[in-house]
Design a protein around this ligand. Structure first.
Ligand code: COA
Length: 277
């Protein structure tokens, strides 16, 4: 997983700030260092080609001026209803839509910051896959997850066959993807698809509080940790441990490692004030 997944046409550096206008999502940068991306594509938030392009664009904007953490959320009743089914056609369309999904979701997964999905209501198909591309999922107790593509006679195309299997294990992923069964919040928590379940009124408060806490942390060390965990998951244990050894040396080159260690020795645990450098 890496930022190279962002399409080269959207690469950092060529993107002009005054061109960044979104019609199908909003981006809010908060004073506490948290960036909030909210899907805003009508009542059901279908992940149309246009919205997927905007999701790519917003990751480029975030990568160009990294926040401390990111919260990704959708509508209250529907987080996202999946791919825009009205844009499906034959194999030609599929060959265009599939890479768009992988680019958009892969770009969130590759952001070197903690990305939290705050899921209220239905997260189906690409909506579930978008949540799976985030590092952590907080769900309202009204949330419903599912990969219903099989009911359309197709398969997940936004990473669901791979990320869902890595999160809930291959047998549960196969059962969900082969039946299209929807999973309510309590079961999602039990199988690890949701990391926390909260009352609907608490969802955004909890996601923002966790993001704000993380945003105050040692951001370079967080980025290295995320990279090593994600890279390690797609390799062998020994190769992953080699990545960790490299990251462990790399992190001692950051200012925050010096601040953190000195603060511990002088004042005890948890008192360091990190700079993010
Ligand atoms: N793509 C395009 N349009 C969609 C859509 C999608 N993924 N999901 C819903 N819509 C449309 C419906 O066709 C309907 O359009 P209409 O008002 O013109 O008839 C409208 O959104 C409302 O949907 P509806 O099913 O009536 O709303 P609901 O509240 O009863 O159910 C969902 C909402 C999300 C649970 C349900 O629409 C659903 O299951 N959607 C499809 C999910 C899916 O299969 N995703 C995977 C796609 S590969």
């Amino acid at each position: 997983m890496c930022l190279e997944q962002i399409p080269s046409s959207l690469a950092v550096g060529i993107w002009q700030a005054d061109e960044m206008a979104y019609e199908l999502l909003t981006l809010e940068r908060r004073d506490d260092g948290v960036a909030v991306v909210t899907l805003a594509n009508g009542k059901v938030n279908p992940l149309s080609r246009e919205l997927l392009r905007e999701l790519c664009q917003v990751t480029v904007e975030l990568a160009a001026d990294l926040p401390g953490a990111v919260v990704l959320t959708g509508g209250e009743r529907i987080f996202a209803a999946g791919a825009d089914i009205s844009q499906f056609g034959g194999q030609e369309e599929a060959a265009e839509i599939g890479p768009l999904f992988h680019d958009a979701i892969g770009a969130f997964a590759a952001l070197p910051r903690f990305v939290i999905a705050a899921v209220s209501g239905y997260a189906l198909g690409g909506g579930c896959e978008l949540a799976l591309g985030c590092d952590y999922r907080i769900a309202s107790d009204k949330a419903v997850f599912g990969q219903p593509e099989i009911l359309l006679g197709i398969i997940p195309g936004g990473g669901g066959t791979q990320r869902l299997a890595r999160v809930v294990g291959p047998s549960k992923a196969k059962e969900m993807c082969l039946t299209g069964r929807q999973v309510k919040a309590d079961e999602a928590l039990q199988i690890g698809l949701a990391d926390e379940v909260v009352a609907p009124g608490e969802l955004h408060r909890r996601a923002l509080a966790l993001a704000a806490e993380v945003a105050k942390g040692a951001l370079q060390a967080q980025a290295i940790t995320k990279r090593v965990i994600d890279s390690g998951l797609s390799t062998s244990l020994n190769a992953g441990l080699a990545l960790e050894r490299e990251g462990f040396v790399e992190v001692f080159g950051t200012d925050d490692s010096q601040i953190g260690v000195a603060s511990f020795l002088a004042h005890g645990p948890g008192k360091a004030e990190f700079t993010g450098a």
